[in-house]
Design a protein around this ligand. Structure first.
Ligand SMILES: *[C@@H]1O[C@H](CO)[C@@H](O)[C@H](O)[C@H]1NC(C)=O
Ligand SMILES: *[C@@H]1O[C@H](CO)[C@@H](O)[C@H](O)[C@H]1NC(C)=O
Ligand SMILES: *[C@@H]1O[C@H](CO)[C@@H](O)[C@H](O)[C@H]1NC(C)=O
Length: 428
């Protein structure tokens, strides 16, 4: 008797465990019948079957900084045949996107939110592009999520083939659109800010649900997955994250002299400028920011910001002080006090990792801010090589600048593989 009851109890326990196990493998109703999401979504992994020219490189070895592999990768990137194979003409995108479904599946775009957490925290992107469509498309694929929203500003001066390629890509996605107005961007002029402002206004108008705004150019690339970005942004607790520091004395001329575009370049026209409106202190920063929706609303609506914008229109490189200055105006959402104790450097902000040539050096050097560039310098900025990845991935920045698939596509390739793998691993 006793033994029988015991057996029955054991049987009941076994049945309970079995049903619990069934429940666990059934998972959330959204997932349906899938013993493991990683198996179900296995087709989203980037594999050698994708047949990328870069596949001969061992990315694990590259991310671990193994010298032999890095040297091999460097040699590869300067091989004529490899360069030819990596190059993709603009026309390819225009024709490949005629069948959007095929384009999105062959390029393995993620077309469903990977988690509830991400779905509940949509991001808004402004992407300012003028050339290098392949960089743009690989960047877009790396950051694309259906719950986010993307505004793409294509320079008025961009070639017809670039505009056609980008327009075709965008037309495949309901949550990506072209800026309603496009500017002809002149280096260091107001037009660079205006391009982002156009997208800010469009994004603000297009959707009320997004939480943070991030602006990019075509040569940025993420260092984090969408989930990691959402978590980093949530932990900011409503603060903005951007460079905002005391303006160095040797840059003050930028805001003390009137500048205008002369023959396509910014020129000092020999007139002094009035001080900034509302006696605002001008701070120094850069063009790339991570800010809340409420900050964007202030940019579009606050009277002091409007006056600052009007005043800044004839300064040199307003993109490098406007956002930084707004970030310190009292009452702006997510801002900080003007006192220098609240200064934030580009290293401490999460918006962008950039290696300037003159700040590179050995760890032991008191002047060095980051290790030496393993790629190529273009206008004193490091265009990353595969050898830069190991150090970069240890940093907290959401994005890094600059990448160029024409110079080192292995760096982009290993980064995109790393991020995709991480995003899918989080599904388990
Ligand atoms: C790639 O490199 C890693 C790290 O050195 C190594 O463990 C692995 O075996 C390599 N894979 C191939 C296919 O060579
Ligand atoms: C967005 O812009 C359109 C066109 O200008 C306008 O009709 C609409 O009212 C705007 N929506 C919001 C929410 O501002
Ligand atoms: C303007 O700012 C300067 C420096 O921050 C300060 O010394 C001055 O008193 C301010 N002027 C007014 C009218 O608030």
């Amino acid at each position: 008797m006793r033994r029988k009851r015991c057996c029955r109890l054991l049987l009941k326990l076994a049945l309970l465990l079995a049903s619990l196990w069934m429940l666990s493998i059934l998972g959330s109703p959204k997932m349906g019948w899938n013993p493991s999401s990683s198996v179900r979504y296995g087709w989203l992994h980037y594999t050698d079957e994708d047949d990328n020219p870069e596949k001969v490189c061992n990315c694990s070895a590259i991310l671990q900084g193994e010298r032999d592999m890095l040297e091999q990768a460097k040699l590869l990137t300067i091989t004529k045949d490899f360069r030819k194979r990596v190059n993709i003409p603009d026309e390819f995108y225009t024709s490949a996107t005629k069948d959007c479904r095929k384009f999105k599946s062959s390029r393995k775009y993620i077309t469903f939110p990977l988690s509830q957490e991400e779905e509940d925290f949509p991001l808004a992107y402004s992407m300012v592009v003028h050339h290098k469509v392949q960089n743009f498309e690989r960047l877009l694929r790396a950051i694309y999520a259906p719950q986010n929203i993307y505004c793409v500003h294509v320079d008025k001066k961009a070639s017809a083939s670039v505009l056609s390629a980008i327009t075709s890509i965008i037309s495949c996605f309901p949550n990506i659109f072209l800026a309603s107005r496009s500017e002809s961007v002149v280096y260091a002029s107001w037009s660079r800010v205006q391009a982002d402002l156009n997208c800010m206004a469009d994004l603000f108008n297009a959707s009320a649900t997004w939480k943070y705004f991030i602006n990019l150019c075509g040569q940025d690339f993420p260092l984090k997955t969408n989930l990691e970005m959402v978590r980093a942004l949530r932990s900011l607790n409503g603060a903005n994250s951007l460079e905002s520091e005391k303006m160095p004395k040797n840059k003050m001329w930028r805001v003390e002299k009137v500048h205008q575009i002369v023959d396509g370049h910014m020129k000092d026209v020999g007139k002094p400028k009035d001080p900034a409106p509302f006696n605002l202190s001008i701070l120094s920063g850069n063009a790339y920011i991570v800010v809340t929706r409420a900050y964007v609303q202030s940019v579009l609506e606050d009277k002091r910001v409007q006056a600052l914008i009007d005043w800044a229109a004839d300064t040199y490189s307003p993109d490098e002080f406007l956002w930084a200055t707004i970030q310190r105006i009292p009452g702006i959402p997510g801002s900080t006090w003007t006192n220098t104790k609240y200064d934030m450097s580009d290293i401490n902000a999460i918006a962008r990792l950039v290696k300037w040539e003159w700040h590179e050096g050995a760890r032991a050097s008191a002047d060095a801010v980051y290790p030496e560039c393993h790629g190529t310098h273009v206008r004193a900025i490091c265009v990353y090589g595969a050898g830069d990845l190991q150090w970069m991935l240890e940093q907290h920045h959401l994005f890094a600048n600059k990448f160029d698939t024409d110079l080192d596509s292995v760096a982009v390739y290993c980064l995109e593989k790393y991020l995709r793998q991480k995003a899918l691993a989080a599904l388990q």
